[in-house]
Design a protein around this ligand. Sequence first.
Ligand code: NDP
Length: 251
Amino acid sequence: MPHDFTNKTAVVTGGTRGIGRAIAQKLASYGARVCINYRASAELAEQVVAELREAGAEAIAIQTDVSEQEEARRLIKEAEQQLGPIDFLINNAGIFDVVAHDEFDEQLWHQTMKVNVDGVFYCTWAVKDAMVARGYGRIVNIASIAGLEAKPYSIAYATSKAAVVGFTRSLGQALASDNVRVNAVAPGLIDTEILHGVDPALLEQLIELTPAKRIGQVDEVADLVSFLLSDESDFIVGQTMVVSGGRVNLP
Ligand code: NDP
């Protein structure tokens, strides 16, 4: 087992499918107790919890819309009540759109910011003081390479993910001396339902732009998240690590 997360409690937002589900599975396989969160897909959430329990993990699902502050507080409170103090928070829930600048309006802008930025802030704020008080915590935010380069067809999304990168950088420094480590992962194209709405021709172009010439797999993101949660990455603070098959090179 690459990591031992026995007796650790993790909250993974947006854990019903895609990257969040893979993270929940990976953490459970390393011995963590896992709370997944979802907004609408109750049936999928039940399936994931059943899978995690079958694999021997303690697991629960809590319905909450992370973009509402009270809901985010309730998520953390209920997870703590049922599983114990939270060691790991993975802010994964997110929404994505491909829309030209002259086709999107303030509603898409605000909704994207609410889920992708406010949601990360609310969940983090609900958990960080307890982590600081205990002198231990690990937070990993799922950003995107869209937050690191221009995305003319996903302006709201790219802006929201750039905010996550900035939040991670500043909060990482603020909490490091309390042994609460905050980092982010910026995936490139990963094979999940979030890509189903993307024009296949555009997807082909994006694969062509990827030095590795392929789409990534959810486990490849979950492996990096696990590393950032583990003690092996103890000197990594406030960073955004790219998992993208070579797309986007940070200076
Ligand atoms: P999916 O669309 O497959 O899953 C999104 C998850 O987030 C679902 O579990 C969904 O729950 C949940 N969710 C959405 N909105 C809310 C909300 N308001 N409150 C609570 N939960 C919510 O996404 P991916 O797995 O593809 O992406 C996960 C993260 O990775 C996102 O932040 C995304 O931006 C990022 N990412 C993805 C990439 C990719 O290529 N797939 C590339 C780069 C970054 P429900 O099922 O109930 O709706």
